[in-house]
Ligand binder design. Structure first.
Ligand code: PCA
Length: 202
């Protein structure tokens, strides 16, 4: 049976929830006959990549999709590229705040997502889920995990497909924020399900 690993980060930056974790928990355990394995990751530099690496080794998934919160964005964004840098605007959940450091000194400058990113955006829009390609995953823990995943694919798992998806806040997070966009959890779950289906069938 084919297998998809989906990861979501724990809350960070003063939030009490992370919609990435909430949405992956609500995904079906099987999509198009493919087993969905869910993994929570710490919002911590290095530790997150270590935990992902263990899961890749244990589960040997055919597809891995990591999901994170991008507060302020108004659409689900399918990330195109991860860059070999960490430059944290705020400390991570264990107080680390690397500035201008490479993630892996023997890694490429950047890696591209190997998910069918254009097809995913098209399929989401056809189902009325606001979606876009993003050309930067930032320089914080989300770019870090996307880079770590694609580095693993490049070095160890050439047959695995992988990439990263950023999602907006959900409504309950923006009640006291000024002009902050949000998307309902149901739409995010629908969007992620479409991303998984599209990757399986492409
Ligand atoms: N978003 C952060 C890290 C964890 C998360 O969900 C980011 O965009 O880097």
């Amino acid at each position: 049976m084919m297998k998809v690993l989906v990861t979501g980060f724990e809350p960070f930056g003063g939030e009490s929830i992370n919609p990435a974790l909430e949405s992956i928990k609500k995904l079906d355990d099987e999509i198009l006959g493919v087993k969905i394995v869910k993994l929570e990751l710490p919002t911590v530099f290095k530790k997150s990549i270590d935990k992902l690496g263990e899961a890749l080794e244990r589960e040997k998934p055919d597809i891995t999709i990591c999901v994170g919160q991008a507060g302020g964005r108004d659409k689900i964004s399918i990330e195109r590229v991860a860059i070999n840098i960490e430059d944290a605007g705020i400390p991570d959940n264990e107080g680390n705040q690397p500035i201008d450091e490479p993630i892996f000194s023997n890694g490429n400058t950047a890696y591209f997502s190997t998910l069918p990113i254009k097809a995913i955006v098209k399929a989401m829009k056809e189902n009325n889920v606001p979606a876009e390609i993003s050309n930067t995953a930032g320089t914080y823990v989300c770019n870090h995990i996307m880079y770590g995943l694609l580095y693993n694919i490049d070095k160890k798992y050439p047959n695995m497909k992988g990439g990263f998806i950023h999602i907006p806040y959900i409504p309950e997070q923006v009640l006291n924020k000024y002009k902050a966009p949000s998307m309902s959890l149901d739409y995010i779950v629908k969007g992620l399900t479409i991303a998984i289906e599209t990757t399986i069938t492409n």
